[in-house]
Design a protein around this ligand. Structure first.
Ligand SMILES: Nc1ncnc2c1ncn2[C@@H]1O[C@H](COP(=O)(O)OP(=O)(O)OP(=O)(O)O)[C@@H](O)[C@H]1O
Ligand SMILES: [Mg+2]
Length: 584
C-alpha cells in the first residue's frame, strides 16, 4: 500500500482507542470537562452500563454557539494556547481530543447555553452545524450507542453490571476531589447516589464517609501540612484499619486523581513500621502544588504524572504521614463511637502543631481534651503513689487476665492492654532511639563482598556513597560493573548483604531514594524487641503493670505493636451498661 494521510475520522478513532477504553472512560472525560467549566452541580445519567447511553449535564460556563463545532474538532481546546501554558496546567483537560474521540465511536450530541447567551444550541457529531436547542445555562453531552461502529472494541465490553461498576467507582473517585460540587449518579432511571455540595470540613467528612464508608471515616486521622511549597491534606486510616487490597487509596495532585508509584512508595514507607505484613493502608489525600512542578502530560489517560522534584515530593509525603502516624498513642480517651486510638498533640517531637503547620486531630476533639487534661510526666508519680484524681489515659491497673491482658480502669471505663504487644512497641521505640542516639556502629567484613551489578546500578551507588557511609556502609566501585562492600553496620552483620545492597540500588534507580537500609535495621531492632519483651504468661505485679501503662502512654506509635496489631482497647462504661441492659 502506498503512503497516504488518514482521514480525520480514523485519526479520532485511533485516539479513542487510547483514551476511551470503556464507558467509564467517557464518564471521566465528560465529568472532567464539567469541572473545568466551573460547574457546581453535575448530573450523570447512565443507561445499560453506559453502552446504551451516557449523559452528563452541568451548570458550568457553557460553550458559545460559534465554538460548538470546534469543541468536536481534534486539537481544539480553550484550556491552553502556548507551550508555557502546557508547562503549568491548572485544568484537568488540555489536549482537545476527548470530545472528538468520543464522537468518533458513538452518536454524540453536545448542547450548551453559554453564560450570558439568550438561548441554547446543539451539534451532533463532528462537522455538523449548530441548531437551536432549548437548554438551561450550562452544557449537556449525550453519548449514545458507544462503540456501535467499532465492533472489535464492543466485543471486549463486559456485562452491563460490570461496566456500571467501573462507572460508579470512577464517579466516586472524582466525587471525592470536588466536595463543593453537587453530584448525582443515576443508572437506568434509579438514583445511585445524590451528593449535596460539601462546603465545611464537617460536610466534607460526611461526603468522604458516604463514598469510602463510615468505618473509614471513624478510624481516620485528619492530616494537614504545608511546607516547601507543597500542601497535603486529607485523611489517613489508622494502621489497624488496614485492607487486604489496595482498594481504598485515593490520591489527587491539584485535584487530579493519579496512580503514582512514587506516591505509593512514599505512603508505604510512612506505614512501614506500623502496618501488619501484607496489608494495605487506606487514605484520601490531596496534594496541592505549583502546576509548574508537575508534568501531567505523561500518559494518555492522565492518570500518571511526573514530579519535577520527585525526591522532595516523596520525602514530604512520607515525612508528613510518618509524623501523623507517630502521634497515635493513648493520650486521651476517645469520645463515644470514636476509634480507640486517638492521636496526641505532638509531644516528644518538641514542636507544636502551629510550628509545623500540621493539624492532627480526630473530629477536633483532641486539642480540647488535652487542654482540659494535661498529660502528667510519668516519672513524676511513682506507681506506688497512685492518685485516683490524676486522669491517665490508660488509667490504673486492676489485674492481669490469663497472663495475657492487663485490665485497667480509667475515667471512661475499662481498658484492656495486650501486655506483650505493648511491651514490644515500647522496647522497639526505645531501641530505635538509643540506636539513633549512639550513632551507627559499623564493622569491616573479614572478606569483602563483591557484587556484579549493571553500569546504571554502579553509577547510582557511586552517587550515593555518602548516604551509604552515613548508614555505616563502606562501598567501593571496583570496576564499571563491580562493587565491593567492605564495611557494614554491626547490626546487619548477619544479614544477606548482597541482596540488601541490590535492593537498595533498585530502589535508588526507581524512586531516587531508598529507605531499605533503615527499614532492615528497624526490622532487626523489631525482632530484638519482640524477643526481649515480656512474654505472655509472665506474672506482673500491679506496680509493674502501671509502669507499663505509663510507658505506653509516652511511646510514639504506642497504639500498635510492631506488627500493626492494636496494643490496647477502651471499653466505655456506656458499652458495659449496654451489655448488661442497664439504663443509665
Ligand atoms: N462541559 C463543558 N462545559 C464547557 N465547555 C466545555 C465542556 N466540555 C467541553 N467544553 C469545551 O470543549 C473543548 C473540548 O473539550 P475536550 O474534552 O475535547 O478537550 P479538553 O478538555 O480541552 O482537553 P482533553 O482532551 O485533555 O480533555 C474544551 O476545551 C472546552 O472549551
Ligand atoms: Mg476534556
Amino acid at each position: 500500500m502506498r503512503i497516504q494521510v488518514l482521514s480525520s475520522h480514523l485519526i479520532n478513532q485511533i485516539a479513542a482507542g487510547e483514551v476511551i477504553e470503556r464507558p467509564a472512560s467517557v464518564v471521566k472525560e465528560l465529568l472532567e470537562n464539567s469541572l473545568d467549566a466551573g460547574a457546581d452541580a453535575i448530573e450523570v445519567d447512565i443507561e445499560q452500563g453506559g453502552l446504551r447511553r451516557i449523559r452528563v449535564r452541568d451548570n458550568g460556563c457553557g460553550i458559545p454557539s460559534a465554538e460548538l463545532p470546534l469543541a468536536l474538532s481534534r486539537h481544539a481546546t480553550s484550556k491552553i494556547a502556548t507551550l508555557d501554558d502546557l508547562e503549568r496546567i491548572a485544568s484537568l483537560g488540555f489536549r482537545g481530543e476527548a470530545l472528538p474521540s468520543i464522537a468518533s465511536v458513538s452518536r454524540l450530541r453536545l448542547s450548551s447555553t453559554a453564560a450570558g447567551a439568550a438561548s441554547g444550541w446543539s451539534v451532533q457529531g463532528e462537522g455538523s452545524e449548530p441548531v437551536p436547542a432549548a437548554h438551561p445555562a450550562g452544557t449537556t453531552v449525550d453519548v449514545a450507542d458507544l462503540f456501535y461502529n467499532t465492533p472489535a472494541r464492543r466485543k471486549f465490553m463486559r456485562t452491563e453490571a460490570t461496566e456500571f461498576k467501573h462507572i460508579e467507582q470512577l464517579v466516586r473517585r472524582l466525587a471525592l476531589s470536588c466536595s463543593p460540587v453537587a453530584l448525582t449518579l443515576q443508572h437506568n432511571q434509579r438514583v445511585v447516589f445524590q451528593l449535596p455540595p460539601a462546603l465545611s470540613r464537617e460536610d466534607e467528612e460526611q461526603r468522604v464517609a458516604r463514598l469510602c464508608g463510615q468505618s473509614f471515616m471513624e478510624q481516620a486521622l485528619h492530616v494537614e501540612h504545608t511546607a516547601a511549597g507543597l500542601a497535603l491534606r486529607g485523611w489517613v486510616a489508622l494502621p489497624t484499619f488496614s485492607r487486604s487490597q489496595p482498594d481504598l487509596q485515593f490520591f489527587y495532585v491539584n485535584r487530579r486523581m493519579v496512580r503514582d508509584k512514587l506516591v505509593t512508595h512514599a505512603v508505604r514507607q510512612a506505614y512501614a513500621d506500623v502496618l501488619y505484613q501484607g496489608r494495605h493502608p487506606a487514605f484520601v489525600l490531596f496534594l496541592e502544588m505549583d502546576p509548574a512542578g508537575v508534568d501531567v502530560n505523561a500518559h494518555p489517560t492522565k492518570y500518571e504524572v511526573r514530579f519535577r522534584d520527585s525526591r522532595l515530593v516523596h520525602d514530604f509525603l512520607s515525612g508528613t504521614l510518618k509524623e501523623a502516624l507517630a502521634q497515635i498513642r493513648p493520650a486521651a480517651a476517645r469520645p463515644a463511637a470514636r476509634p480507640p486510638f486517638v492521636p496526641a498533640m505532638p509531644a516528644s517531637s518538641g514542636h507544636t502543631p502551629a510550628q509545623t503547620g500540621m493539624a492532627l486531630d480526630v473530629q477536633g476533639q483532641v486539642a480540647g481534651y488535652a487542654a482540659l487534661h494535661p498529660r502528667p510526666t510519668p516519672a513524676a508519680i511513682p506507681p506506688t503513689q497512685v492518685q485516683d484524681s490524676v486522669d491517665y489515659p490508660l488509667g490504673f491497673a486492676l489485674a492481669q487476665l490469663h497472663g495475657v491482658y492487663i485490665l485497667a480502669q480509667n475515667t471512661r471505663g475499662l481498658v484492656l492492654v495486650d501486655m506483650h504487644a505493648a511491651h514490644e512497641r515500647i522496647t522497639y521505640e526505645g531501641l530505635k532511639s538509643s540506636h539513633a542516639a549512639q550513632g551507627i556502629r559499623s564493622q569491616p567484613l573479614l572478606v569483602p563482598v563483591s557484587l556484579r551489578v549493571s553500569r546504571r546500578e554502579a553509577d547510582a551507588c557511586e552517587s550515593q556513597l555518602d548516604g551509604f557511609a552515613a548508614l555505616g556502609f563502606e562501598i567501593d566501585r571496583s570496576g564499571p560493573e563491580q562493587l565491593l562492600v567492605r564495611q557494614v553496620p554491626v547490626l546487619l552483620h548477619d544479614t544477606d548483604i548482597d541482596a540488601l545492597v541490590r535492593d537498595v540500588l533498585s530502589d535508588l534507580l526507581e524512586h531516587g531514594v531508598s529507605q531499605r537500609l533503615q527499614d532492615t535495621m528497624n526490622e532487626i531492632l523489631s525482632t530484638m524487641a519482640c524477643h526481649g519483651s515480656v512474654r505472655a504468661h509472665r506474672r506482673l505485679n500491679i506496680e509493674e503493670m502501671n509502669a507499663l501503662l505509663r510507658n505506653l502512654e509516652n511511646t510514639e506509635r504506642g497504639g500498635q505493636c510492631n506488627h500493626g496489631r492494636p496494643t490496647w482497647v477502651q471499653v466505655d462504661l456506656a458499652e458495659l451498661d449496654r451489655m448488661f441492659l442497664r439504663g443509665r
